[in-house]
Structure formats: structure tokens, C-alpha cells
Design a protein around this ligand. Structure first.
Ligand code: BJW
Length: 258
């Protein structure tokens, strides 16, 4: 990783400065500089022999609910030890600027860590749910879970006293929350600029959002540490850490937009 300031293409600066409705899609990469591993990173320590993609499935939870709930509870604990980084804060700043100008901003995230909200972003659309709430697989009761780890695994439901809890996230093969999908489709159909940030562009349906917006006339940009399958389709890209690129991009756009 380099700390040198990346070159930001003029078209990205000018587009963010003029956007009537900016829609961004974030992925695990935006939280990497906060200290949270991405999905494609190799896990370490106790979790080194597991593959995150294979733990994030209903089949894994059915086979071994103890293991899967321990892993998610470990991630709740890790989230509590880390903080949003300058990339999250830059998006909050841009959102506030848009609001003051009477323009729109939609933040779609695939992340379940809640860091955009911690950074002060409003109205975050959580496409893949959140690890900060868990739900009973039997009675559906929702439980806020942010502090101490559970006492037992899998955790039990104290609403019905019979079911076990799972994190309120979307696993492979599961449907995304209906309201999140509706809001994403509305934003994709109405934005004039779409920026994909820190996502590998491998997981559907989110991976198709940028091109869908582009096919409706929006400009499509990428901010990522490296090239992804989306890079071939974007109008411009910055390949640098988002914690460095986003503050610079937002500063330049706000300065340019006056
Ligand atoms: C940095 C950086 C730095 C690092 N700065 N960048 C169409 C075709 C084929 C398959 C499907 C399809 N439609 C649906 C499917 C099936 C499936 C799917 O997509 N499969 C693919 C593997 C092909 N999708 C689903 O099942 C979805 N459901 C659905 O569509 O329902 C209807 C349906 C079902 C079945 C069949 C058809 C339709 C649900 C997807 C749910 C994904 N859930 C997870 C787990 C969430 C809970 C948890 O966190 O544990 O979501 S999986 C995981 O991947 C997680 C992430 O949100 C998601 C995306 O990952 P992300 O964010 O892109 O992270 P990484 O790690 O992949 O990439 C990090 C990136 O950051 C890299 O590019 C780095 O370079 C970059 N980076 N440091 C900037 N500092």
C-alpha cells in the first residue's frame, strides 16, 4: 500500500462536483484500512483454516451453527475494537455537502459492520444486512447485539426460549431485504453518477448495479486498490486505498463545486 496521493481523473472530480444524485456502492475494501479483513483476505489466528465465503452460507449454519455463530460474534467483537477511517468520513462529508446544496446522495453498502453509520452517514442502505442485530430462526424476534460476546454458541432466543439466533445478514442463496432492493433500484434508475468503492465486483446482484446505472445514462466510476472485473466497464477509475483516494476526491469535488 502506498501513502502517495493518487491522481484523480478530472472527470471524476467534475462529475462529483456537479452530481444531481450520486449513488455509491461500498464493499469490504472501504473498511480494510479500519483493520477489518475483506472477504478475499486469508483469515488469521483461530480462523486461519476457514474460508469466509464458505462460512457465509445457510448450509454452513445448518451444518455447524456453533462454528458459524462464533465466527460472526468474533466479527462483532472485532468491529467494536476498530473505528471508521477517512474513507467512511469522506463519504459523510460529501453527503452533507450534497444535502446543503439540495442534491441527492444514496449510500448502498454490502458491508455488515455498521461503520458508515458510525461515521455519521444517514440513510445507509444495507444490502447484506447487519451483524449488529441477530434474529431467532424459530420466532423471528430481533435482538440488538453490540457489546459482550454471547455466553453460549449457538446463542439461544430469550423471547421464545426455544430457537437459536443467527446474524441478521444475507448469505449466499438468500434474498436481499426487499426494502433495500427497492431503494437500490430507485437509486440506480435516478442517479447521474455511480461510484463503486472497495468491492471485488464478484457478488450479485450488487456487482451489476454500476453497469445498470450506466445503461440508464449515469457515469460509472471505481475506487479500488486494484483492477476488478468492473474496471473494463467504468468511465474512469482510481486504483489506490479508498482511505486516501476518497478524502482527496471529495476535497477536490467540493472545492471545484464551490
Ligand atoms: C480496497 C482496499 C482499500 C481492499 N481500498 N479497495 C447471478 C449470476 C451468478 C450467481 C448469482 C447471480 N445472482 C445471484 C447469484 C448467487 C450469489 C452470487 O453472487 N454468487 C457469486 C459468487 C457468483 N448471490 C446471492 O446469492 C445473493 N442473493 C441473491 O441474489 O438472491 C437471489 C438469488 C439467489 C440464488 C440464485 C439466484 C438469485 C446474496 C449474496 C449475499 C452475499 N453475502 C456476503 C456475506 C454477508 C454477511 C457477512 O459479511 O458475512 O456478503 S458474501 C460477501 O461478499 C459479503 C460481501 O458483502 C460480498 C461482497 O464482497 P466485497 O465487499 O466485494 O468484498 P471482497 O472481499 O470480495 O473484495 C474486497 C475488495 O476491496 C477487493 O476488490 C480489494 O481489491 C478491495 N480493497 N483493500 C480500496 N484499502
Amino acid at each position: 500500500m502506498t501513502d502517495a496521493l493518487p491522481n484523480i481523473p478530472d472527470i471524476m472530480v467534475e462529475s462529483l462536483a456537479r452530481a444531481e444524485h450520486l449513488c455509491v456502492l461500498t464493499g469490504a475494501g472501504i473498511s480494510a484500512e479500519s483493520g477489518l479483513p475483506t472477504f478475499r483476505d486469508k483469515m488469521t489466528g483461530l480462523w486461519a483454516k476457514y474460508d469466509p465465503v464458505s462460512l457465509a452460507t445457510p448450509e454452513a449454519f445448518e451444518r455447524d451453527p456453533d462454528l458459524v455463530t462464533r465466527w460472526y460474534d468474533f466479527r462483532v467483537g472485532e468491529g467494536g475494537k476498530h473505528r471508521p477511517n477517512p474513507g467512511h468520513h469522506a463519504l459523510t462529508r460529501y453527503e452533507q455537502w450534497q444535502r446543503v446544496r439540495g442534491k441527492r446522495f444514496t449510500l448502498l453498502t454490502q458491508n455488515v459492520d455498521g461503520f458508515h453509520q458510525d461515521a455519521g452517514s444517514h440513510d445507509v442502505v444495507e444490502l447484506h444486512g447487519t451483524i449488529r442485530t441477530w434474529r431467532c430462526v424459530r420466532c423471528g424476534a430481533a435482538h440488538r447485539h453490540e457489546g459482550e460476546p454471547f455466553a453460549t454458541y449457538p446463542p439461544g432466543c430469550n423471547a421464545c426460549d426455544e430457537g437459536i439466533l443467527r446474524p441478521n445478514v444475507v448469505w449466499f442463496g438468500e434474498m436481499l431485504p426487499e426494502l433495500a432492493i427497492e431503494r437500490a433500484h430507485e437509486a440506480i434508475g435516478s442517479c447521474d453518477v455511480f461510484v463503486s468503492i472497495g468491492t471485488s465486483g464478484l457478488v450479485q446482484p450488487a456487482a451489476s448495479f454500476g453497469e445498470a446505472a450506466q445503461s440508464r445514462g449515469a457515469l460509472f466510476f471505481e475506487v479500488n486498490l486494484e483492477a476488478t472485473p468492473l474496471t473494463a466497464h467504468v468511465d474512469a477509475a482510481v486504483h489506490a486505498p479508498s482511505g486516501i483516494a476518497l478524502p482527496k476526491l471529495v476535497d477536490l469535488a467540493i472545492h471545484h463545486g464551490g
